[in-house]
Design a protein. Structure first.
Lengths: 365, 645
């Protein structure tokens, strides 16, 4: 492959920076009340988010200049390490429990979620495998089974924490990659059946999930239980109206919405900035999706194509799930909004992934 | 094996992009729906979830008599409110509060540390005396507040208690008028709502909203407290004299249906209602109880017979041998041996049962029962009180000769006192049946202006003016010459009818246990008041309405008419004297006479002399006033000034 470097995708960079900036402002606005209450420092979350945004931007610019083929040789090591980490995190006393799930390793703000890394590593693995074994993608034995087998193994480990959100994003991203690589529709039907069976199995193993799933249809049926978060989210979005209550004027951030700076940051954003603000963010993400898939479309080789597909697919799926939950279109799933939500390691990872995407864009045909 | 071409990948990438963009479009639309379409509804719900209301109690409307005298009012009764989040030293606050309010220290501690915005101390700190409230205020405890509140107060105690009813601790009407008109009396609560964070502190940037309470309207009753006072006094006397099982009295204006007074025994103090059994305050007997009316019911038979033209009181006569045969049964008259031959006026005067049976037979069951129904029996009068009785009448199909006969003189039917009062009022007021009522006016509590005024409700015209006049004449005779003699009031032309009803229990009549009653009205030429008194099982007396109830009605009648400012009049039927009646004489004109001249005239009067002089200048009562023989006349002596030539 000729290594002709052109300028990266400017529109993609613009959308990313735009969302990152809005995210920083909203993290401060949404978290200030809680931060002041819990840490006597209204800037507590903003400071950390600024640090990781800076780190992420540096990483993005750095990775943007590393040819993406470089990663292909590291894939096996990467996915092996991630599997090890996924097992380590399950050991009580080593993995840290936050929000009911043992999914963290490390200390304080400098802790990481192995599942987040696995999500990325899986993209790299699938991109390599699907491009190298492309001719087998239509077969079950050498195409679907090995790839899906590894995905499901990783999913199973993630569900032991349990972290349904991240697991779901990983599985859906993988499915999208396999689909775009050219797997047979017939096999997809089979996977769909498998998926439904799996879903039913998950619901049977933990019935609270069914209530979560149905509660979004009529949250007022159980306003203090399963419907609580959706109601509180709608109480933020609804009064926002067209222009919003104004930056900083959210009411729901006054302890009504739990942790408004993470999963429900879009609710606070829509409350303060209104339909205009919410729609603007959605359009930014749509631009991100468009530019990302365009990079995949014009990628110089199948590996680049699959890698770009995986990265932009992951971002888009996470956005759809997060906002779908917040605006009451989906059952509650704990998942952050890429580039906007508070969250150190995931933000850095997200920006790094975009760095890979940007590098592919520099090699576009 | 089919090799996948890059074309497939490209196609699927474009498909994924399309699907992705559609999903984003759907999300934008949904966002628009939530914010722009459902926005208002969600905002309302959200505001309810943020706002916290501090209630402001509305003042309950007062209840006044027709002259504006307060019968139910409010007195200041402050309450303690505790805001736990403002208390830094709960142990100390609890100890001090517990001491002043005389409550358990542990309970006080639990209350002042409760995880609520506002805590009430119930009942120790609820509606306290002002003295106690001041003691709490003087403790100067942070987070402990004294809130202005009101307690219902009934200045006359047991007076009119069954009619007024009472209001509970939350000023909510529980019985009587307090319950019947609770909504209008209680007004509407006001409140300050402030927006709160989920942790109970004030949310910044949102102003408080104050909704002022709307005080309840004052209720002005048709009750005349002067008449009511007289009734209460007479019932107290009756209770003391006869030790009865119960007693009731109703006074009504026959020309409107306005209730002037209503009371019953046993009674209770509304502020101490817990001290009596619930049936005492729950049963307002004048409208609730139903029993055989006895002879007072004969007025209805009389009215029907007169209106139908089947009897001439003066010219038709009836012979009473002491009983009457009805389908093989002998119905006895109350007088052994009977009243002999008499005119129908005398039949009424004597309350002769066989005479009324004859009238009933002449009328026939259809006609008699038509009149009974149109006089309002068998249905509620519609008076504005809770728990009114309907009464029980024979089903017309079940009425045979015997039932017709007993109904004619008031047995075998069951009626309420208020039904009798309304019916008799119609019989003597010219034939108009009015709905009795108590609420005369509703008055705006802030402006003092009348908001609504009740007008009398004419239900129907039952008999003609002429028939009514004839009934008045007959009933005046009953009081002047017949069984109602003890209700006679000199100068007030009282008419009326006695009633002695047997009480039935388990389908049998009780021995020596009667409800004795009297219904009277006055003056007979222009009735201003109808009074009904019934005494249940009076002890140590002849259980006869004329003996027990008639004098009570007479006393109430005389004092009430004077209180109402009704003039005494002449032209009254002279009372038939009995050996124990005191004679009544007219006060002579003593003006200008000397003491010697008065003494020589042998007046049956005592003198109370004042002033110095030869001649009488002034006297009281005025000449012409009728007084009992032996009454005292006050005279003022003086010298006649020289006449100007």
């Amino acid at each position: 492959m000729p290594k002709v470097k052109s300028t990266p995708d400017i529109l993609l960079i613009a959308a990313t920076v735009c969302l990152l900036t809005i995210g920083l402002i909203m993290v401060y606005s949404a978290s200030a009340v809680w931060a002041d209450h819990n840490f006597n420092d209204s800037f507590f979350f903003l400071k950390r988010q600024l640090f990781f945004a800076g780190l992420g931007l540096v990483a993005m610019l750095f990775i943007m200049n590393i040819d993406y083929w470089t990663w292909r040789s590291m894939t096996k090591v990467l996915i092996f390490v991630c599997f090890i980490l996924l097992i380590i995190v399950l050991i009580p006393g080593v993995g840290l429990v936050r929000g009911g799930a043992r999914s963290w390793l490390g200390v304080g703000a400098f802790s990481i979620q192995p599942s987040e890394f696995m999500k990325i590593a899986m993209i790299f693995f699938l991109a390599k495998y699907l491009s190298e074994k492309h001719k087998y993608v239509t077969t079950l034995k050498r195409g679907l089974f090995p790839t899906l087998g590894l995905v499901l193994l990783a999913f199973a480990l993630i569900m032991l924490q349990p972290d349904l959100g991240t697991g779901m994003v990983m599985v859906l991203t993988s499915v999208v990659m396999i689909f775009i690589a050219g797997a047979r529709i017939k096999h997809f039907m089979f996977m769909a059946v498998l998926g439904i069976v799996g879903l039913v199995g998950l619901i049977i193993s933990a019935p609270y999930r069914l209530r979560r799933i149905t509660s979004f249809l009529d949250p007022w049926e159980d306003p203090l239980g399963t419907g609580f978060q959706i109601i509180q989210s709608l109480y933020a979005i609804g009064p926002g109206g067209f222009l919003g209550l104004g930056l900083g004027s959210s009411r729901q951030k006054y302890f009504y919405l739990p942790e408004p700076q993470t999963d429900f940051i879009f609710a606070i954003l829509s409350e303060e900035l209104g339909f205009i603000g919410g729609a603007f963010v959605l359009v930014c993400f749509a631009i991100l999706l468009w530019r990302g898939l365009r990079i995949a479309l014009y990628a110089p080789d199948l590996y680049g194509c699959m890698l770009a597909t995986g990265i932009i697919g992951m971002i888009a799926i996470q956005v759809m799930i997060n906002i779908g939950v917040v605006i009451g279109l989906m059952p509650v799933t704990g998942i952050t909004l890429p580039l906007l939500s508070y969250g150190g390691s995931s933000l850095t990872l997200m920006l790094s992934s975009i760095g890979v995407l940007l590098n592919i864009s520099r090699h576009m045909r | 094996m089919k090799r996948v071409s890059n074309v497939t990948v490209r196609k699927r990438l474009i498909l994924a992009l399309s699907v992705g963009l559609v999903v984003f479009l759907v999300m934008i639309i949904r966002l628009g729906v939530v914010q722009l379409v459902m926005g208002d509804e969600i905002s309302t719900r959200a505001e309810n979830s943020w706002s916290r209301d501090i209630p402001f109690e509305a003042k309950r409307g007062e209840i006044l008599d027709r002259n504006g005298i307060a019968l139910a009012t409010n007195v200041s009764a402050p309450s303690v409110l505790v805001v736990p989040r403002q208390i830094s030293d709960p142990a100390n606050v609890a100890t001090q509060l517990a001491e002043v309010l005389r409550m358990d220290r542990q309970r006080a501690y639990e209350l002042v540390t409760k995880n609520e915005h506002i805590v009430r101390i119930n009942p120790e700190g609820r509606k306290m005396s002002n003295e106690l409230a001041n003691e709490v205020r003087e403790l100067r405890l942070d987070g402990v507040f004294i809130a202005e509140d009101n307690r219902r107060h009934y200045p006359f105690g047991q007076y009119l208690s069954h009619v007024l009813g009472f209001a509970g601790i939350d000023n909510q009407g529980l019985t009587g008028l307090e319950l019947y008109y609770d909504e209008k009396l209680s007004g509407e609560k006001g409140y300050v709502s402030f927006y709160s964070t989920a942790r109970g502190t004030r949310m910044p940037g949102l102003a408080d909203e104050y909704t002022a309470p709307v005080d309840g309207q004052h209720l002005k009753l048709t009750i005349d407290s002067k008449v009511q006072t007289i009734i209460e006094r007479e019932l107290d006397n009756a209770e003391a004299t006869y030790n009865p099982d119960g007693a009731i009295a109703i006074a009504m204006d026959p020309n409107t249906g306005e209730i002037l007074g209503m009371s019953s025994r046993p009674d209770y103090d509304p502020e101490q209602f817990r001290k009596v059994p619930p049936e005492i305050y729950n049963q307002n007997k004048p409208v609730w109880s139903q029993y055989e009316p006895g002879s007072t019911f004969k007025i209805i038979t009389l009215a029907a017979a007169l209106e139908e033209g089947i009897v001439d009181l003066d010219n038709d006569s009836f012979h009473d041998p002491g009983y009457i045969e009805v389908s093989g049964h002998r119905l006895r008259c109350w007088k052994k041996g009977g009243h002999g031959s008499q005119t129908y006026l005398e039949v009424v005067q004597n309350s002769c049962n066989p005479g009324f049976v004859a009238l009933g037979e002449e009328l026939g069951k259809e006609t008699l029962f038509d009149y009974i129904h149109s006089f309002g029996f068998g249905q509620k009068t519609g008076i504005d009180l809770q728990g009114e009785g309907t009464g029980i009448l024979f089903n017309l199909d079940a009425v045979g000769p015997l039932e017709l006969a007993t109904t004619s003189f008031g047995q075998g039917v069951s009626v309420t006192p208020i039904q009798q009062v309304a019916a008799v009022a119609a019989a003597i007021n010219g034939g108009r049946l009015y709905q009795p009522y108590l609420a005369k006016e509703w008055i705006d509590s802030s402006s003092g202006e009348v908001v609504t005024r009740t007008t009398p409700t004419l239900k129907q015209e039952v008999i003609s003016e002429e028939t009514s006049a004839e009934i008045r004449r007959a009933l005046e005779h009953v009081v002047a010459k017949g069984s109602g003699r003890n209700a006679y009031v000199d100068g007030y032309r009282v008419g009326g009818k006695t009633g002695t009803a047997q009480k039935a229990q388990d389908g049998r009549y009780l021995e020596n246990n009667h409800i004795v009653s009297f219904i009277g009205f006055a003056p007979a030429d222009d009735p201003q008041i109808v009074i009904y008194v019934a005494v249940d099982n009076p002890k140590d007396t002849i259980q006869f309405g004329g003996t027990v109830a008639a004098p009570i009605v007479g006393n109430i009648m005389e004092d009430s008419l004077r209180a109402l400012g009704v003039e005494r009049r002449g032209g009254q039927i002279e009372k038939e004297r009995m050996w124990n009646d005191e004679p009544v004489i007219e006060v002579p004109d003593l003006e200008g006479l000397t003491i010697r001249e008065i003494n020589q005239a042998y007046y049956e009067l005592k003198l109370d002399v004042s002033g110095e002089g030869k001649e009488v200048l002034l006297q009281s009562p005025e000449p012409g006033v009728r007084v009992k023989a032996g009454s005292t006349i006050r005279i003022y002596m003086g010298d006649k000034p020289e006449e100007e030539q």
